[in-house]
Design a binder for this molecule. Structure first.
Ligand code: FES
Length: 157
């Protein structure tokens, strides 16, 4: 049985692309994404940049295959996955607590996932925040990845 998986890749500048693929029942999400590699010209790798080569190959320890599960049923994270998702740069509450390791999820139904920017896919800047940053160039770029611009004045350090 095949299940639809909607994959969104969110880029550094708020750019995002969504594609859909079909995944065989019970397949590891990471394996399915790596097998598909590209759909309609969009990379569906669960890894960003160099993390495609520098990763733990699915042992659930590097955290670079993290994706946000925005829709669909997945079982609760087991101990190793929960530990990795609460180890920097990830933290338990990131992305509304919806971050999961693609290598630890088997596909048993329709899923909708988002791959966020950053080596570990950890950055939380939304498309709306990126647009706001572009419209307000005086905002503190040091706050990128925190989901909003810093209200503190830039000290020049
Ligand atoms: S590939 Fe390393 S945690 Fe998934």
């Amino acid at each position: 049985m095949l299940h639809p998986v909607t994959f969104t890749r969110r880029g550094e500048e708020g750019f995002e692309t969504t594609v859909r693929l079909e995944v065989e029942e019970g397949t590891s999400l990471r394996r399915a994404l790596l097998r598909a590699a590209e759909v309609d010209g969009v990379s569906v790798s669960p890894h960003n940049g160099a993390a495609a080569w520098v990763n733990c190959r699915g042992f659930g320890t590097c955290g670079t295959c993290a994706v946000e599960v925005v829709r669909g049923e997945v079982p609760p994270a087991a101990v190793r996955e929960a530990w990795r998702l609460d180890f920097p740069p990830h933290h338990a509450g990131s992305h509304g607590g919806r971050l999961r390791l693609a290598c630890r999820i088997a596909v048993h139904g329709p899923l909708e996932v988002v791959k966020h920017p950053g080596f570990w896919g950890q950055e939380e800047q939304s498309r709306e925040d990126a647009e706001q940053d572009r419209e307000s160039p005086s905002t503190d770029q040091g706050a990128r990845g925190l989901g909003r611009s810093s209200p503190l004045p830039h000290t020049g350090e």
